[in-house]
Design a protein around this ligand. Structure first.
Ligand SMILES: Cc1cc2nc3c(=O)[nH]c(=O)nc-3n(C[C@H](O)[C@H](O)[C@H](O)COP(=O)(O)O)c2cc1C
Length: 332
C-alpha cells in the first residue's frame, strides 16, 4: 500500500476546470496538495494527441492522471502511457454519471460491476510502478450503499489499489443530470467513515460538499484524506491556507498578489507559445472573492482577457483594481 502525505488534501479532478493551467495556478498556492487531471478516456490516451492531452508542467507534481475506461487491457496500456509521461499516480473514475460515460461502460455505472473494476485495477497494478487509486461513489440507483461500497472496496483492495476516494453520495443514473448528481443525492459521510473503520489499513479519502478547510480538518479525524472540488476551484484563495493548516509548513506565498507575481513568468511563457490569455485567466475568477475590488478584477478580465492577442498586461491591470488577500485562518 503506497500513500504519501499529499493525499491528506487533494484538489478533485474536474472536467474542463482542472486543466494544466489551472493546476499550475493551484500549485502556486500549495506545494503539498495532490492535484488531479480532468478525466481522460483510455481511448483518448491511447489514440489521441498525447502531448496535448497528457502534457503538464514540472511544477505540478505530485499530480495524478485520472482515467475513464473499463477494459483492463486498455486501462493497463493507458496507465503505462501516463506513467511514462511522469504522472505520480493513476486514478480510475468510478463516479462520473454522464450519459456519454454510461454508454462507454465506465464511470459510476461500474459500481454495479465490481469484478470488472477489480480486474482493471489488477491490470494497471501489473503495468505500472506508481500508485493506482479508485474514485467512486457510495452506490448507484437502488443499490444498498453498505453492500455496494463494500463489494467495490473488497475487489479493488484485493487487486492492490493504493487508496480509495469516495464521493459520499450515490449517483442516480436515471433522471438526474451530471450537475444534479453532484448535489441532489444526499451526502452520507458516515458511510465513508464506516468504510475506513472496516478497512483501517486502506487509505480512504472523502469527497463531496466539503466547503472549507475547517470542515476538511474535521473529516481528517475519521479518514486519511480529503478531496475538495468546487470549493477549491471557485474560491482558490482557500488553497493558500492548505500548507500551514494541513501540512504544518508555511504557505508558498503570503498573499494572492504574490501568487500572481510568481505566476507571471509561466503566463508569459505560455503566451509566447501561443496559449490564449483567457485559457489561463478563466481559472482566476474567484481568486479575490469577497475582497474589495473583486468585481472590477473579474470584469476587467472578462472584458479584456478574451480579446485576440490579449497579453499579461491585462492581468496586471486587473490585479491593480483589487485589494490584496492574505492567507486566512481556517474558519473562513
Ligand atoms: C465541473 C466539474 C467537472 C467534474 N469532472 C470530474 C471528472 O472529470 N472526474 C471525476 O472523477 N469527477 C469529476 N467531477 C466531480 C468532482 O471530482 C467531485 O467528486 C464533486 O464535485 C464533489 O466534490 P465537491 O462537492 O467538493 O465539488 C467534476 C465536478 C465538477 C464540478
Amino acid at each position: 500500500m503506497q500513500l504519501n502525505q499529499s493525499h491528506r488534501f487533494i484538489v478533485a479532478p474536474m472536467m474542463d476546470w482542472t486543466d494544466r493551467h489551472c493546476r499550475v495556478f493551484h500549485r502556486m498556492m500549495t506545494r503539498h496538495a495532490r492535484l488531479y487531471t480532468e478525466m481522460l478516456t483510455t481511448g483518448a490516451v491511447i489514440r489521441g494527441d498525447r502531448r496535448r492531452l497528457l502534457g503538464f508542467d514540472a511544477s505540478e507534481h505530485p499530480v495524478a492522471l485520472q482515467l475513464g475506461g473499463s477494459d483492463p487491457r486498455d486501462l493497463a496500456i493507458a496507465a503505462k502511457i501516463g506513467e511514462a509521461f511522469g504522472y505520480d499516480e493513476i486514478n480510475l473514475n468510478v463516479g462520473c454519471p454522464s450519459d456519454r460515460v454510461k454508454d462507454g461502460r465506465f464511470g459510476a455505472c461500474l459500481m454495479a460491476e465490481p469484478a470488472l473494476v477489480a480486474a482493471g485495477v489488477d491490470a494497471m497494478k501489473r503495468a505500472v510502478g506508481i500508485p493506482v487509486t479508485v474514485k467512486c461513489r457510495i452506490g448507484i440507483d437502488d443499490q444498498d450503499p453498505e453492500l455496494a461500497l463494500d463489494m467495490l472496496a473488497r475487489g479493488v483492495v484485493a487487486a492492490g489499489a493504493d487508496a480509495l476516494i469516495v464521493h459520499a453520495r450515490k449517483a442516480w443514473l436515471n433522471g438526474l443530470s451530471p450537475k444534479e448528481n453532484r448535489d441532489v443525492p444526499p451526502l452520507d459521510y458516515d458511510r465513508v467513515y464506516r468504510l475506513k473503520a472496516a478497512w483501517p489499513r486502506v487509505p480512504i479519502i472523502i469527497n463531496g460538499g466539503i466547503a472549507n478547510l475547517g470542515e476538511a480538518k474535521r473529516h481528517l479525524l475519521d479518514v486519511d484524506g480529503v478531496m475538495l472540488g468546487r470549493a477549491a476551484y471557485q474560491e482558490p484563495w482557500r488553497l493558500l491556507a492548505v500548507d500551514p493548516e494541513l501540512f504544518g509548513v508555511a504557505a508558498p506565498y503570503a498573499t494572492m498578489k504574490d501568487v500572481f507575481a510568481a505566476m507571471m513568468p509561466y503566463i508569459e511563457d505560455q503566451l509566447a507559445q501561443g496559449t490564449r490569455l483567457h485559457a489561463m485567466t478563466r481559472h482566476f475568477v474567484g481568486a479575490f472573492h469577497g475582497v474589495p475590488g473583486a468585481r472590477a478584477f473579474r470584469r476587467h478580465l472578462a472584458e479584456n482577457g478574451v480579446r485576440p492577442g490579449a497579453g499579461a498586461n491585462v492581468l496586471r491591470d486587473a490585479i491593480a483594481l483589487v485589494e490584496d488577500r492574505a492567507a486566512v485562518p481556517i474558519a473562513a
